[in-house]
Design a protein around this ligand. Structure first.
Ligand SMILES: Cc1cc2nc3c(=O)[nH]c(=O)nc-3n(C[C@H](O)[C@H](O)[C@H](O)COP(=O)(O)OP(=O)(O)OC[C@H]3O[C@@H](n4cnc5c(N)ncnc54)[C@H](O)[C@@H]3O)c2cc1C
Length: 411
């Protein structure tokens, strides 16, 4: 038992921290990362995290790095994604105890059980009598790996939702992908040329949309031809609802700046609430522009606008294809693991910082020894914070779940 092999899918903050915890528990972890360590954070590296460093790092990790003579950011530092990777996550993954555990540029395609099929031994501990089989792909070559435990920490950031009415792709969305960004471009840095002097449609009413709108308004100061249309689906009076007495100053500041831009008739931001996207069409005159048809949702009113680019901050979803041969009980609304999703439904604070982890039992699946941790454990919900994932790791790696190899029956 002491050398049980743990396959950790994804080398984001939760995957790397989980591997370190596994080493401490005497288990043998392997991190399979489709790109390089911290890839999803690298995609928004220019953005500042709103939670302080002490909440985004484990005591175990900080101690290991400090013990090796490395100076760490202050506990209350608000780091950019890039600083977090360079000053913490990458050095952590390079620790001698983890360096041999990390397999980069290796994507996990599918997981099953040796010999058993999805429908065998339903929800029973008998399933754990055979090992997991993982189909991996690296540089176009496939191979099989095996493991006793699997921790799926693949996040959701690479897997965007669709921008059309009702959450399905709108007509023409597929043909317009070159003109759409679903992420957080570096609008004031490396991606400036893509947006400067352009008319941009931003969709969504979360912090990502707010970040992009504020950056575009800043960009417009250096090129006044830049125009921003911000379309949101909800009926609220403002695009973002501020959190009362928000303890995170950066988040509070972002909310008020974005709402201010939306309400100021003199700003470059033209905010239109209560509309959804029906159709996108590349214009005949120039293949670079898109004609966007918006509706009030029920087809009673329609209008069109022509824009150069769309930034669709419409959220992300878990990639469930990885575990479709396993017995996973998913929430029908969020696509997160069912027990955790049910516990999260009971939360009523608007502030995701107020959340606590809901315990190891909520992380259990009918499939024994398989856990979904980190951002993916929240399914489509965007409320996950690294601090929750760090608690999940303690609960699963040091709790009953991984102590007793013949896992208990799922109830
Ligand atoms: C702009 C922005 C700001 C944020 N600010 C904060 C903040 O201030 N505080 C906070 O706590 N959280 C913040 N978050 C949320 C934060 O991103 C997550 O909490 C954190 O990155 C989740 O870590 P994770 O390890 O679960 O997943 P991720 O960081 O998404 O890592 C998943 C990893 O899995 C890899 N992967 C995916 N699929 C596969 C596969 N099939 N095979 C192998 N590898 C795979 C990916 O390449 C990636 O490296 C922010 C998010 C965004 C977008």
């Amino acid at each position: 038992m002491s050398h049980s092999e743990v396959a950790i899918l994804g080398g984001g903050p939760i995957g790397v921290e989980a591997a370190l915890a596994c080493v401490e528990r005497g288990l043998s972890p392997k991190i399979y990362e489709r790109d390089t360590i911290g890839e999803n954070i690298h995609k928004w590296r220019h953005v500042r995290l709103f939670s302080p460093f002490c909440l985004n790092s484990s005591e175990r990790g900080r101690q290991k790095l400090a013990g090796g003579g490395r100076s760490l950011p202050k506990d209350d530092s608000l780091l950019t994604g890039s600083e977090f990777l360079d000053q913490y996550l990458k050095p952590l993954a390079s620790l001698p105890e983890l360096a041999d555990c990390t397999v980069e540029r290796t994507r996990v395609l599918n997981i099953g059980r040796e010999v058993q099929l999805k429908g065998d031994h339903i929800g029973s501990r008998k399933r754990s009598e055979s090992r997991f089989r993982l189909l991996l792909e690296s540089h176009g070559t496939q191979r099989i790996a095996t493991a006793d435990y699997v921790l799926d920490c693949t996040g959701t950031f690479g897997n965007h939702n669709w921008l059309g009415n009702g959450g399905i792709p709108c007509l023409g969305e597929d043909d317009s992908l070159q003109q759409i960004r679903y992420d957080l471009p570096d609008i004031l840095g490396t991606d400036k040329e893509e947006f400067s002097g352009k008319r941009i449609l931003v969709l969504g009413a979360g912090y990502s949309a707010a970040t992009n709108v504020v950056a575009l308004a800043e960009l417009a100061k250096s090129d006044s031809r830049t125009q921003v249309d911000w379309v949101t689906r909800s009926f609220a009076e403002r695009p973002l609802t501020p959190i009362e007495n928000d303890s995170l100053n950066e988040r509070d500041e972002l909310t008020s700046q974005a709402n201010q831009l939306a309400s100021d008739p003199k700003s470059v931001v033209n905010w239109t609430p209560r509309w959804v996207v029906e159709c996108l069409r590349l214009t005949k005159e120039s293949n670079d522009q898109i004609e966007v048809t918006l509706s009030s949702g029920n087809d009673e009113q329609r209008k069109t606008l022509t824009v150069d680019r769309i930034i669709a901050n419409v959220g992300f979803r878990p990639d469930r294809s990885i575990y479709e041969e396993l017995q996973i009980h998913e929430c029908y609304a969020t696509q997160g693991p069912m027990k955790l999703a049910a516990a999260l439904l009971g939360e009523n604070s608007a502030d995701c910082l107020a959340q606590a982890s809901h315990g190891a039992l909520t992380l259990q699946n009918p499939e024994p020894n398989f856990y979904i941790l980190g951002a993916k454990s929240y399914g489509r919900s965007s409320r996950f914070l690294i601090k929750i994932g760090l608690v999940q790791i303690e609960q699963v790696v040091f709790g009953q779940g991984m102590r007793d190899r013949g896992a208990r029956v799922y109830r």
